[in-house]
Design a protein around this ligand. Structure first.
Ligand code: DAH
Length: 455
């Protein structure tokens, strides 16, 4: 049997571990990823199947089931979701930029690209140096050494330009390893904007007073790189593109924040590998400055990678949808965007995306905290399984679940886990009795499903 095993396709590690186990089947682990919360190690099967596509795993693999479960949720396309309202507003604004008299291009909206990209797309294509810190495993979710969940929508710039677009928005979910706090979440949404110009489009009013065409160029052989421009670019071309970019962005935010009577804003010099010069745009709201996006004149090498490096120049920007929606609607916590709570979602259930609303906190009702401690066998419960169980029983009444304690008892040869469950209804005060019944139900399921002994 052991010899035969080598002839068979390599089974997943999990399969090997569980073959003779009498433990009940795990309820939720579609990716067969094993997580050991004590040692914080993750064991991956040889192949991960994501969206019906199989990817081999290797020493770079660090995606988690929780992160993978976010793929395909597409909050930016969910009807009435605040991120989808913002998406609609961005699209509307850029569609309005089209003016046939000015040769201004039509913006295409691309919002259905898979977030699974290659290292080439995410980094190389946009000139991120090989040793750049943004490539590290600790900052990204890799599927394998060559494939990752995109860390930004800039990953699609080159492909979209190659496909023939010269003005577009690319909107989608992006993934970065980060702390979970009120403003950071490992999955968020970005909108990339790009507009390219050839000589005729850039120098539209290219006539002098006598009606003669001026000889203005995008490129000149003897130009050097300095703080204001890249080597090869003429200053007049860069300044026109910069003006177009800054005008587009300032008008966009005037449109998004019409209620802020005078929107104080500022441009801060920045550095990105894919643009030069580069800026960040900040606005002041209620006395606080918020950085809303990064942008700049596209590196000509990016356009070279796209096949347009000889005769085009362009601007690009990337903005985070959550960041802007939080400011726009007064949403205090980034996790709320993932909420299925009707108390949250119903506040955005309107058709006119330009409607101005302020978010009202949903949880004015008291929390009730209950701990659940249990003895387990040699095997521990994957907290993700526990969370899933709790949610399937407690539904909307569960506000938060945390693994608060875990240890291994040597003499007893058993593991122990304690979870804290925070109950809170979005719309009413829960009775003690009601919570106790749910809590008891969860305990009973732990006994039957995980073979636990409640302590
Ligand atoms: N990709 C950058 C990020 O995620 C944002 C960005 C900055 C995009 C400048 C751009 C740009 O297109 O020109 O942090």
């Amino acid at each position: 049997m052991i010899i035969l095993k080598h002839l068979l396709p390599r089974p997943s590690i999990r399969y090997l571990l569980r073959t003779n186990s009498t433990k009940p089947q795990k309820k939720f682990n579609p990716f067969n990823i094993e997580y050991d919360p004590i040692n914080r190690t993750v064991t991956y099967p040889p192949e991960l199947v994501i969206n019906n596509q199989s990817y081999s795993t290797d020493s770079w693999t660090n995606v988690t089931p929780h992160i993978l479960s976010r793929i395909g949720q597409n909050l930016h396309k969910q009807k009435y979701h605040p991120l989808s309202h913002l998406r609609n507003r961005l699209c509307q604004y850029f569609y309005q930029q089209y003016d046939p008299r000015k040769l201004s291009p039509k913006f295409s909206i691309i919002d259905n690209l898979s977030p699974i990209v290659t290292v080439e797309q995410n980094f190389d294509s946009i000139c991120i140096p090989k040793d750049h810190v943004s490539r590290t495993k600790s900052m990204n979710y890799y599927i394998n050494a060559n494939t990752l969940l995109r860390a930004h929508t800039s990953a699609h710039q080159v492909d979209l330009i190659r496909s023939g677009l010269n003005a577009f928005l690319c909107i989608g979910d992006v993934y970065r390893r980060d702390n979970i706090d009120p403003t950071h979440y490992p999955v968020f949404h970005q909108c990339e904007g790009v507009q390219l110009f050839n000589k005729e489009q850039l120098f539209v009013d290219n006539k002098n007073v006598r009606g003669e065409t001026k000889d203005l160029q995008i490129f000149a052989a003897n130009e050097h790189r300095d703080a204001t421009k890249q080597e090869g670019h003429t200053l007049e071309a860069v300044k026109l593109v910069e003006a177009s970019l800054k005008q587009t962005i300032t008008d966009l935010f005037k449109t998004l924040f019409p209620d802020v009577s005078t929107l104080n804003s500022r441009w801060v010099d920045a550095t990105f590998p894919f643009t030069h010069p580069s800026w960040e745009y900040e606005v002041e709201i209620d006395g606080k400055w918020y950085e809303l996006l990064g942008c700049g004149i596209m590196e000509n090498r990016v356009l070279e990678n796209s096949g347009l490096g000889k005769d085009h120049i362009g601007w690009a920007f990337g903005l985070g949808l959550e960041r802007i929606a939080m400011v726009m609607y007064g949403i205090p916590d980034i996790r709320l965007f993932w909420s299925n709570d009707s108390g949250f979602l119903s506040q955005f259930a309107f058709d006119d995306s330009t409607r101005s609303v302020r978010y009202k906190p949903i949880s004015i009702y008291p929390q009730c905290i209950n701990d659940l401690s249990m003895w387990l066998g040699k095997a521990k419960i994957d907290p993700l399984d526990f969370y899933d169980l709790v949610r399937s029983i407690g539904g909307d009444l569960i506000e938060q679940v945390m693994l608060t304690d875990e240890f291994y008892h040597k003499k007893k040869d058993r593991h122990s886990q304690t979870y804290r469950i925070i109950y809170r209804s979005p719309d009413r005060t829960l009775t003690k009795n009601e919570i106790n019944m749910i809590h008891k139900d969860i305990e009973d399921h732990c006994i039957t499903q995980f073979g636990a002994e409640i302590r």
